[in-house]
Ligand binder design. Structure first.
Ligand code: NAG
Length: 177
C-alpha cells in the first residue's frame, strides 16, 4: 500500500511538473500581428483578441469599439476625398501599430489598462497618422468623419467628445505653432 502511494506521488509529481511546465505555451501570432499592414480591420480579432481576450469584458476595446469604427470608416471611405482616404488608411495602421508593444507584456495587462493605453494613442494617430497626412488638413472630410463616428456613438459619447476636443487642440497648436 505504501509503495503504491509512493509510486503515485512520484509519478503524479512528474505528471504535474510536466503539465505545469508545458502550460504557458501560447501559439505564436502570425507575423502581420507584429507589423500590421493596416489594410484590414480583422487585426483586432485575429491579433489583439487572441492575446487579450477582452471581448466579453465591460472594458472591451478591440472588438466592440476599435473594430466597429474601423469597419465604419472603411465602409464610408468612398465618400471621402483622396486625401481623406489616405488619412483613413494611415490612421487604421497607426492605431493598430500603437498596440503592438502590448504583445511583449505577456498578458499581464487588464482589459481596462488596454483600453486606456489605446485611447491615449488616439489623438496622435488622428492628428498625424503618417508624415504625409493629418486630420487637421482634411477639412473637406470633417463632416463625413463626424457623420461616420455618429453612427457608432452608442457607448463612449463622452470619450469621443474628449477625443475630438484633444484633436482640435492639437490642430490649433499646429496652426499657430
Ligand atoms: C487605402 O487602402 C486600400 C486598401 O488597402 C487601397 O485599395 C487604397 O488604394 C488606399 N487608398 C489610399 C488613398 O491610400
Amino acid at each position: 500500500m505504501k509503495t503504491t502511494h509512493d509510486l503515485c506521488s512520484f509519478v503524479c509529481g512528474l505528471f504535474v511538473l510536466q503539465t505545469v511546465s508545458s502550460a504557458p505555451e501560447v501559439s505564436p501570432l502570425p507575423v502581420e500581428c507584429y507589423n500590421p499592414p493596416g489594410d484590414s480591420c480583422h487585426w483586432y480579432h485575429e491579433c489583439l483578441e487572441v492575446v487579450y481576450p477582452c471581448q466579453e469584458s465591460v472594458d472591451d476595446y478591440g472588438v466592440r469599439y476599435a473594430e466597429k469604427y474601423c469597419t465604419l470608416f472603411t465602409k464610408n471611405s468612398p465618400f471621402f476625398s483622396n486625401k481623406g482616404k489616405e488619412w483613413i488608411n494611415a490612421t487604421r495602421k497607426c492605431l493598430q501599430a500603437a498596440l503592438v508593444p502590448l504583445f511583449r507584456q505577456h498578458m499581464t495587462l487588464t482589459c481596462k489598462e488596454i483600453k486606456t493605453i489605446a485611447f491615449e494613442s488616439h489623438a496622435e494617430c488622428y492628428v498625424r497618422p503618417s508624415p504625409t497626412v493629418s486630420f487637421c488638413d482634411i477639412v473637406q472630410d470633417w463632416l463625413t468623419i463626424f457623420w461616420t463616428t455618429k453612427q457608432a456613438f452608442v457607448d463612449s459619447t463622452l470619450s469621443s467628445l474628449k477625443l475630438l476636443n484633444e484633436v482640435m487642440r492639437r490642430c490649433t497648436q499646429r496652426l499657430i505653432g
